[in-house]
Design a protein around this ligand. Structure first.
Ligand code: BDR
Ligand code: CA
Length: 312
């Protein structure tokens, strides 16, 4: 039986790639795609989600959740790097803006309807998930599993020296979620940074005669340019697709039970993920964290996932 999942995303080109794979993955039943502000502001994230789903036209259309503004304005977004629309200026068409249900309601309703059987894959700031848990704490124990892309164990951050982007955008939300009693898995930068989608791999993606290829060829070339200009890299990170792979193929990842919290006040360290790794830790384990993966197989699984999407 396919695993029922909700994808909570802030597209963002790497969220978009993850959606391309997930919406056609036979082992997943994507019941909802919920938007959250992050790579772009909340309204744009909602628009991007709808445009991506419309363009991909998957066999089963998920419910779509609209992003609301976070409690504190986003301290950062990806527009400086990836353009006003967060997708490199692709400005994808949206045929028709449909009834807007807030993401947190879509998530809460779906989890309540099928207790203990829905996996949430959170690929953006944790604003929506924290709201769901704060408004209805019982839901923390009704979510089947929560798989998140975010944080860093040993490496530097990618938005500040200490913080990873998703956690930095809403550290209070991340803290609420990390300290909740839900079953959680974290895929941090230490692991996702290992995968670079190079030009060679890009050339293996579906061509623009398919829905998925058309989307990828619209949004990825600007991402390659931004990475070259900003980082001098001949390739792009695909953090969110790596995290998605951990939900689809957990056997390809090495996991470790750890104790994590989030710094919410530090002048230089706000949004940093802090792990208690003392010889005699005082914090209780509260999360499974990916510490390694079979990189070559993960990359091949991503390419295969996009090929499957193109067969539709
Ligand atoms: C994360 O931040 C966003 O820019 C990406 O979409 C990814 O979810 C990586 O730090
Ligand atoms: Ca993201």
């Amino acid at each position: 039986m396919p695993k029922k999942v909700i994808l909570d995303v802030d597209p963002g080109f790497d969220d978009a790639i993850a959606l391309c794979i997930a919406l056609f993955e036979p082992t997943l039943d994507v019941i909802a795609v919920t938007s959250v502000g992050g790579n772009c502001p909340p309204d744009q994230a909602t628009r991007n989600v709808q445009a991506i789903v419309e363009q991909l036209d998957p066999p089963r259309w998920p419910r779509i959740g609209a992003a609301s503004p976070p409690d504190c304005p986003l301290p950062a977004d990806g527009r400086y790097q990836f353009g006003e629309d967060g997708l490199g200026g692709a400005n994808l068409d949206v045929a028709e803006l449909r009834a807007r249900h807030p993401s947190e309601k879509v998530i809460a309703d779906a989890v309540r309807a099928e207790p203990n059987s829905v996996t949430i894959i959170a690929l953006g700031p944790l604003t929506n998930i924290a709201r769901v848990f704060q408004r209805d704490p019982e839901l923390t124990s009704l979510v089947g599993e929560l798989v998140m892309m975010g944080g860093t164990i040993d490496g530097p951050g990618n938005i500040t020296p200490a913080a990873e982007f998703n956690i930095y955008c809403d550290p209070e939300a991340a803290r609420t979620v990390f300290l909740s009693p839900s079953t959680k898995t974290l895929i941090p930068l230490d692991v996702t940074n290992q995968v670079i989608l190079s030009f060679d791999l890009f050339n293996r993606l579906p061509d623009a005669s398919t829905n998925v290829g058309k989307l990828l060829h619209a949004i990825l070339p600007p991402a390659f340019r931004a990475y070259r200009q900003r980082f001098g890299l001949e390739g792009i990170h695909v953090h969110d697709s790596v995290a998605l792979m951990a939900a689809i193929h957990p056997e390809l990842f090495t996991m470790r039970e750890m104790a994590v919290d989030v710094e919410t006040v530090g002048e230089l360290t706000r949004g940093a993920t802090i792990f208690d790794r003392r010889r005699v830790p005082a914090w209780r384990h509260n999360i499974a964290v990916a510490t390694g993966m079979d990189k070559a197989t993960v990359i091949e699984a991503m390419i295969a996932g996009l090929a499957t999407a193109a067969k539709r």
